[in-house]
Every structure is written in C-alpha cells, then in structure tokens.
Design a protein around this ligand. Sequence first.
Ligand code: G6P
Ligand code: MG
Length: 217
Amino acid sequence: MIKACIFDLDGVIVDTAHYHFLAWKRLAAEMGITLTERENERLKGVSRMRSLEIILELGGLAKSEHEKELLANKKNSWFVDFVERMAPEEIFPGVPSLLGSLKEKGYRIGLASSSKNAKTVIQLLKIEGLFDVVVDGTMIVNSKPHPEIFLLAASKLGLHPSSCLVFEDAESGVEAALAAGMKCVGVGSHEQLHKANLVIPATGEFQLADLLELETV
Ligand code: G6P
Ligand code: MG
C-alpha cells in the first residue's frame, strides 16, 4: 500500500530545471562547449560537481579540482540569481492543490532533491509547509541514480520504501526510485522516462485514481 508521495523538486514542483540548464549552458559556452537540451538530460538529478564533470567530458576538457570548484561556484551563483527573482507563480500549475488533496487523504509528503539549494527554493516559494520531510543534496553522499536520497526520505518518514511513490523528471531519478524499491511516476516525456511505472506530462495532471491503480501494478 502506498502511504507517502516523495517529490523531486527541480522540474517536478517548480521549473528550476530550466534555470539549472540556462546556468550550465552559459558556463559551457564560456568554455567553448555547446550544451544542448538533449545533453542536459544527463545533468538532471545528478550533483553539481557530477554535472560539471559531464560537461567537461562533453567538451573533452580536463580541469584541476580547484578550477572545478571555481566553475561550479560560478554556475551556482548564476542559478541562485535566477532563483532569487523567482515568483510563487512559477510553481507548476495544480501542484499545491495536488499536495493538499494527497494530504487530506492521509498520504505523507516528502521532498527529495539532490540540490543543495532545495531548502532556499521552497522557502522563497513559501511551500516548505507542504512537506512532512525534506531531504536535500546537503544530506547525502551519493546523488541519483543512487537510491540513497529516497531511502533516507523513507526512513525519515518512518516508512518502508515499498510504501513510497516517487515523482521524478530525471532519468537518473527514476532509476534511483526503482533501485530504492519504490514505485515511480515519471514527469515528462515517455522516451526519456519509460522505466517509470507511469509517465505523465506534468505533475499537476496526476490523479488520485492513478495512485490507486499504481498500488495494483
Ligand atoms: C538537482 C537538479 C540538478 C542539479 C542538482 C544539484 O538534482 O536536477 O540539475 O545539478 O540538483 O543542484 P545544486 O543546486 O546543489 O547545484
Ligand atoms: Mg528534477
């Protein structure tokens, strides 16, 4: 039986995945690398440093640990600039009401984001009160596709992983949820997220009937 829904943040609750992309694209361009939307899919869900390493691999560049720190900090400062100008309207349509109705039905709600900025984002958007448990990039060693973040969320919720349903927009996130022994709803394209138990185009389109159906698969 599903007792909790665990949501990724960037690209699931709010469109910050786009800001990550814009910031990485700008950093890549400064190094003479063109980062396409397709390549950007590989950056979703993984840590800041791993994302940078993927970009450097794409461009065939090698950097020292110190240079990588500086580059990752630069990207993060651009990302934070975007986030600080974000308005509550940038929360995806239907998301607060979905979380509210899940809560009303007795489901616990968790947030599990690899981002070290996750708490800042939910505070700025004034939605931190929607979550019973928040796990972010500061609390884990291994980022998605490793299951650590979801297992930590389940343990903080006091639930067995099999009682948790994850919402994810990243292929690495879907893999992490399944590796944790959880069911997963992919938010985005079927081509990218076909491993998920269900794929929907937008978080706000999820229905309670979908949840009941997922309990039977
Ligand atoms: C999330 C996003 C990634 C991002 C990562 C780290 O998983 O999907 O695109 O790189 O968090 O975010 P941070 O805010 O810590 O750089
Ligand atoms: Mg995401």
